[in-house]
Design a protein around this ligand. Structure first.
Ligand SMILES: [Zn+2]
Length: 259
């Protein structure tokens, strides 16, 4: 008999059978695992409200070899603002969707877990849509780093120069270029966005955050194909593009504006 104590967040909850919930968990110690919480899908259940996304739980799990059973639970953090506001819930859901699609089953990812919990807290506390979107952008950068595709030192894809000021992004190659190697159709990144992509510092307005997300989604797409998770990634990317689109980012292809 194997029991685990773990800190975990619910990525997805669904009903299974008459009274049970099937949980897709992101556990700090176990990675992405499925657990069944017996008797929690009925309204009067002791833990029913905890077993939903946007809470951090201390769980005792019993290992049944093919899945886990929840045998004990204690709430640590409930991200009440995400659960209560539709705009934040939508961003929380897309955060969970990205997390679920990039995690390999039962493979612990402590760095990703820390980034995920930070992103939830930031979206929960965000005072504006720009702050919510910037938190999501930061998480996409963290995911890229954890997957081994980090953008911490932006290099020109053609000549290898480290990009400092005003990098260009090619929408046909999904790659960064220096001023010397840039194509005519490349878009130039603003100082703020370039700095944020490299270092994660500075504040962005909503337009810059959306442009940043459009870029990281493109880089993530390339990464997802290499990792063999392209199909589930595409479903996420479609939802993310809808959620973080404004007219100007949709028209990025035609406009050569600075982003
Ligand atoms: Zn170059």
């Amino acid at each position: 008999m194997v029991y685990h104590w773990t800190l975990a967040s619910v990525l997805r909850a669904s009903r299974t059978g008459e009274k049970d919930k099937r949980l897709m968990l992101f556990s700090r110690e176990l990675g992405k695992v499925t657990a069944v919480a017996r008797g929690t899908a009925v309204p009067e259940a002791k833990w029913s409200s905890s077993f939903e996304p946007f809470s951090l739980l201390h769980l005792r799990l019993y290992d049944r070899s093919r899945y886990f059973s929840v045998v004990g639970s204690e709430e640590r953090v409930v991200y009440v603002d995400i659960a209560a506001h539709l705009d934040k819930s939508l961003k929380g859901m897309i955060l969970n969707q990205l997390t679920e699609c990039v995690l390999q089953p039962a493979s612990p990812e402590p760095g990703m877990f820390a980034a995920y919990v930070t992103a939830l807290a930031r979206i929960n506390e965000a005072k504006s849509a720009a702050e919510q979107d910037t938190a999501f952008l930061q998480y996409t950068l963290d995911v890229l780093r954890e997957l081994g595709f980090g953008l911490t030192s932006l290099r020109c894809d053609r000549c290898g120069t480290i990009l400092a000021e005003q990098p260009s992004f090619s929408l046909t190659e999904n790659a960064f270029h220096c001023q010397r190697c840039r194509d005519e159709a490349d878009v130039t990144l603003s100082h703020q966005l370039g700095t944020f992509l490299r270092t994660g510092t500075g504040s962005l307005d909503r337009r810059q955050a959306h442009a940043g997300i459009a870029l990281t989604l493109r880089v993530l797409r390339t990464a997802s194909r290499r990792l063999g998770i392209g199909t589930t990634f595409e479903q996420f990317a479609e939802n993310a593009a809808t959620l973080f689109r404004e007219e100007h980012t949709g028209q990025m292809k035609e406009s050569h504006d600075e982003l």
